[in-house]
Design a protein around this ligand. Structure first.
Ligand code: PA5
Length: 449
């Protein structure tokens, strides 16, 4: 089974010939991605990374994950942005909805917590409160090795670990994922003898979920990373055709660009499964950071239905008509709940008895979809056969591939983030870090020359 795209509900808003008219441009962009024919060769490692995955590194991840599981009750993943969201999206999507609250014998790994993605003292102290008296391992992830938020979190946690275990034992409980050679974190890891994993040079943060950045935390959380990679490899092979007709990730990229050119400047990624909340967060970073530059780009957001149908649903139905929705439709629910018949029927729900809750969830989706389309909101549907590690690998690759294509079609470099760099450098400047005294100017690099 494959992940498929249903764009029948946008055909009221665009013509089929408009899709076909982008064929030449898609061919050109496809070559930029696959033949490294453009200016961003050094950012395209993710395109075929899973095919070239070093088996030794994969084995190192598996072994380290087993060790961490044996060593710890609690595993803290320290990172931000691309060094955080992919792992969290996978863990939240694939594990039990209340994973950390499960009794130990019902979990396939330690409890998982995240740090370094905010600078709240309250969050930090609360985290330290709940890990007291528990055995802890840490994975600190930072490609640059110098990002302020995770660096501060790690400084505090390092001290905590050394006080708790002594320097030597602490060093066996700290795992680092960073650049092969450079950065402060690499230096620290070498000095302290931490086990390290590599963020490949040619893969930016938001495209790194299928590298050790995402895979080590996933493996520690008991997720079958072989299946994740298998799904990603299948996606690579299914989505490597340059033909729009045969490549749903390109269809998606093309359609969102056509919608954008018609004033649909906001895209809402919709889910009907709370486990997909963080997939929405990952999606926002991927698309927002890749396309939002040079005064352009679809504003990507996400909504969690049916919850948000009772709040933002109003806006979607009748607010400004500059939005479209991309609905993640999980075809087969992992779990089932049956609605039973009751004698008194005071709640008047007996008409639903014998129905499964997921059936009703799907009806809510059908209802919202047709109402929104009638209300002037184009809807794309991405059909996902089921929630599993395999389909996580497939789906994340689908979006990365679509994002690369979509950014190129828009005429921006989908692999840099000069805007984020401005914030990072301004923070350094405001905090008085030496070497950052000057105001940082955004460099505008032309796309095609
Ligand atoms: O996509 C990006 O480049 C950013 O979101 C980074 O991933 C984020 O800022 C963290 O950077 P680093 O991994 O260097 O700490």
């Amino acid at each position: 089974d494959k992940i498929t795209l249903d764009y029948s509900h946008v055909l009221k808003f665009i013509e089929k010939y408009e899709i076909a008219s982008l064929r030449k441009k898609v061919n050109l962009c496809h070559d930029m991605l696959h033949k490294r024919a453009g200016k961003h060769k050094q950012c395209l490692g993710w395109v075929d990374f899973t095919n070239n995955f070093d088996i030794n590194e994969f084995e190192m991840i598996r072994v380290a994950a087993e060790r961490i599981k044996n060593q710890s009750d609690v595993f803290i993943v320290v990172g931000i942005g691309g060094s955080y969201l992919g792992a969290r999206a996978a863990i939240e999507m694939l594990n039990h909805s209340f994973y950390n609250d499960l009794p130990k014998n019902k979990r396939k790994g330690p409890k998982i917590y995240f740090a370094g993605h905010n600078m709240s003292s309250t969050y930090f102290n609360n985290l330290l409160d709940i890990i007291e008296d528990q055995d802890v391992c840490i994975n600190v992830i930072s490609k640059s090795g110098t990002t302020t938020e995770p660096a501060i979190a790690f400084r505090i946690l390092k001290e905590y670990m050394e006080n708790k275990y002594g320097k030597n034992e602490a060093s066996k409980r700290i795992y680092v994922t960073t650049d092969k050679n450079k950065g402060a974190l690499k230096k620290l890891a070498d000095q302290e003898g931490y086990e390290t994993f590599v963020v490949p040079d040619d893969i930016g943060g938001r495209y790194s979920v299928l590298t050790p950045v995402g895979l080590l935390p996933m493996a520690v959380a008991g997720i079958d990373i072989h299946e994740v990679i298998k799904g990603a490899k299948m996606a690579y092979s299914d989505l490597s055709s340059k033909s729009i007709e045969q490549n749903p990730s390109y269809q998606y990229a093309v359609i969102r660009n056509i919608l954008y050119s018609k004033g649909k400047t906001t895209e809402i990624l919709v889910n009907y499964e709370p486990n997909l909340f963080y997939f929405g967060e990952w999606f926002k970073q991927l698309l927002g950071e890749s396309e939002g530059k040079q005064g352009k780009g679809i504003f990507p957001t996400s909504m969690n239905f049916v919850t948000d149908l009772h709040s933002m649903g109003q806006y979607v139905q009748q607010g400004r008509r500059n939005i479209f929705e991309t609905v993640l439709n999980v075809e087969k629910s992992k779990e089932e709940v049956l609605i039973k018949e009751v004698n008194d029927n005071i709640d008047e729900l007996n008409y639903l008895s014998g129905k499964k809750l997921d059936f009703i969830n799907k009806k809510a989706m059908e209802g919202a979809l047709s109402a929104h389309v009638d209300g002037g909101v184009p809807n794309l549907i991405i059909n996902i056969p089921e929630i599993s590690p395999y389909y996580f690998g497939y789906l994340s690759y689908f979006f990365m591939k679509a994002c690369g294509m979509s950014g190129y079609l828009l005429g921006v470099n989908p692999f840099n983030q000069p805007g984020v760099e401005v914030y990072k450098r301004n923070l350094f400047k405001l905090l008085g870090k030496s070497g950052y005294e000057e105001e940082y100017k955004v460099e505008i690099i032309p796309m095609y020359d």
